[in-house]
Design a protein around this ligand. Sequence first.
Ligand code: AMP
Length: 279
Amino acid sequence: MELIRSVRSMQEAALTVKRSARRIALVPTMGALHEGHVALIRAAQNRGAAVVVSIYVNPAQFAPHEDFKQYPRDLDGDLAVCRREGVDVVFAPTDEEMYATDASTWVTESLIAKRLEGERRPHFFRGVCTVVSKLFLICQPDVAVFGQKDYQQWKVIQRMVRDLNFPVEIIAVPTVREPDGLACSSRNRYLDPLERAQATVLYKALLVARDLFNQGEFNAHRLASAMIRAIELAPSARLDYAEVADGETLMPRSEVRRGDVALVAAYIGKTRLIDNLVL
Ligand code: AMP
């Protein structure tokens, strides 16, 4: 396995792979790798491509009051996971490599990115779209793998790729969960044992919505109310949003259809978690 830390070396390595007529599959991550990331790596390998895992905590997608500084970083642990999984290249650039101090060019998606996460975290999707565009230009993937755990991010990236004609196929991997249903997330490391136990309310709320939908409840407002009540059962939880939206555009719904998506965001103690479930 090769560890690459500079943009230039990564572009050269990508060209070498391309000359050998091998395809490249990119798995973009912020590190602190867990079973969710491993599922993405395995999906990339199933494409028979050379697998590049990028590990970069992207400052552009954090607001000043958010957890950029505290975000878990464990390059040695991540390299061990990648080695064990047979990853070909880890691209782990420094901030200086990725952004000029006076960088002034940004990529924005302006429909899907406006709602939900984008409403609460105004810089978030601009940071994500910019860094993913840069990673595409640096790593030259034929395929890039994302998690459905970050459903809105997946849809924003799909649209960006369509709108800007990136020659990259996007594949999405279903959310990997802990045995009790909590979606794997690097931020779960912030939870103390009591919070960890209560963090399952996000998934429980989504299951309530799915059960009601399967019983014939199509009213989006009533489904959202049921999710909110479920989340409020946990004393450590503070709701951010709970909503059912169009599965492609993430626009709000009044009447819910199959393929729409239930999305929740809540603070468990100080930790903000998100989850979703397609109905
Ligand atoms: P992150 O390192 O949190 O930025 O995530 C990197 C990629 O892994 C994104 O495409 C995420 O959607 C995906 N991912 C994170 N957690 C999970 C999970 N529990 N199941 C599937 N994919 C995930």
